[in-house]
Design a protein around this ligand. Structure first.
Ligand SMILES: NC(=O)c1ccc[n+]([C@@H]2O[C@H](COP(=O)([O-])OP(=O)(O)OC[C@H]3O[C@@H](n4cnc5c(N)ncnc54)[C@H](OP(=O)(O)O)[C@@H]3O)[C@@H](O)[C@H]2O)c1
Length: 341
């Protein structure tokens, strides 16, 4: 396991982050996972023993139960608070109470206190806003986030599921006010969905932000167990909940190439999909999800897979985005700007 700086900060995180979205199984979340304390402890133990120090949850995962189970797992396993880097999120609806949702100051401050209580901790290392709240003024959200840091309840701020311009606008505002800016992003990025290479990744590199891809296997789709001709075995998450959206025809073509490469390196298709992300220079830490120990160990093994230039080129060719304006014009006009020697 390697460790990388979290964007332009001095804190080191493991190149894999353990995602706890499968813990709890409350309501809708039961489609994603139903892992209770014993299974959760086994998964966290495995992650910890393999050098993972970065853990991801959210207030909304199983309406708080994921945070509760994750916090309890660290205590059951005797993993001390200062060995781990813990991220959680705020934004999603937590109950049918009118204001128990969004990025208002009202909800952010309440949500952080509730997350800390469920986690059994006195601070959160990284608090992400989980998505856009189109109804709350940006200034209100940024001030509330600043307050969470100044109060000592949160160490760093992150942003998930936003467009590049929105992140730039928010950080520009924070800079102007002398407040904490977002240092980390959490975005959907897989070999089969490379849309963020258009605007978000150039921005992330320019701003030296951390990038944590979520659902690196597209909810299990990129493991090799989904095939053009496959009929359901009934025990796979995407059978109950077909998310994230994916261009399946394109993904099957990518899986064909990943399959060849997996055979050449004698690894699983899932490892090729995760290792592809680990080979992307903008990526800080890939958030892996697993329901079982064997899946988790398979995914962790991806850190040892170093692919040749030729293998990466084959994967790039089958998964590349179509050229889109203005990128093709920027590249065209940029060519020849500096004379070749
Ligand atoms: N910010 C956001 O909006 C957002 C959104 C989603 C997720 N996340 C974060 O990202 C983390 C990971 O997301 P994810 O769970 O969707 O990740 P994923 O890697 O795309 O999917 C994980 C699922 O794939 C299957 N799987 C995993 N490893 C496998 C393997 N080696 N072989 C075969 N099947 C395997 C399992 O489901 P089955 O066995 O049922 O197939 C597992 O639950 C979450 O825990 C959460 O922390 C964030």
């Amino acid at each position: 396991m390697q460790y990388k700086f979290l964007g332009n900060t001095g804190v080191l995180v493991s190149e894999l982050c353990f995602g706890a979205m499968t813990f709890g199984g409350e309501g809708f979340w039961g489609n994603i996972g139903k892992q209770q304390q014993d299974e959760a402890n086994e998964l966290v133990k495995t992650a910890h023993e393999n050098g993972i120090n970065f853990y991801d949850t959210a207030n909304v995962y199983s309406f708080g139960k994921s945070e509760q189970i994750l916090g309890q797992a660290f205590r059951d396993l005797g993993i001390s608070r200062n060995e781990i880097f813990l991220a959680t999120k705020v934004r999603g609806r937590m109950s049918d109470k009118l204001n128990d949702i969004g990025l208002s100051k009202y909800h952010i401050l309440a949500s952080v206190d509730e997350s800390l209580q469920r986690l059994g901790m006195d601070h959160i290392d990284l608090l992400y806003i989980h998505g856009v709240d189109a109804y709350t003024p940006l200034e209100e959200t940024m001030r509330a986030l600043e307050d969470t840091v100044r109060s000592g309840k949160v160490r760093y701020l992150g942003v998930s599921n936003h467009a590049a311009w929105q992140i730039m606008k928010a950080n520009g505002f924070a800079d102007r006010m002398g407040w904490n800016r977002f240092v980390a992003t959490q975005l959907y990025y897989t070999i089969a969905s490379r849309e963020l290479e258009r605007e978000l990744i150039p921005m992330i590199k320019d701003q030296r932000l951390a990038l944590m891809p979520w659902s690196p296997l597209a909810g299990g789709f990129l493991t090799g167990k989904y095939r053009r001709d496959h009929t359901s075995d009934g025990d796979r998450r995407r059978d109950a909940f077909d998310f994230p959206p994916i261009d399946k025809e394109k993904a099957y073509n990518i899986i064909d190439v990943m399959d060849e490469i997996a055979k050449e390196y004698e690894v699983s298709v899932a490892q090729v999909a995760i290792a592809w992300l680990l080979h992307q220079p903008a990526v800080t830490s890939v958030i892996i999800g697993a329901k079982r120990k064997d899946q988790l160990l398979d995914n962790i093994e991806s850190v040892t897979l170093k692919m040749s230039r030729e293998a990466l080129a084959r994967l790039d060719k089958v998964s590349a985005l179509n050229p889109e304006y203005p990128q093709w014009m920027i590249e065209r006009q940029g060519a020849g700007r500096v004379p070749e020697r």
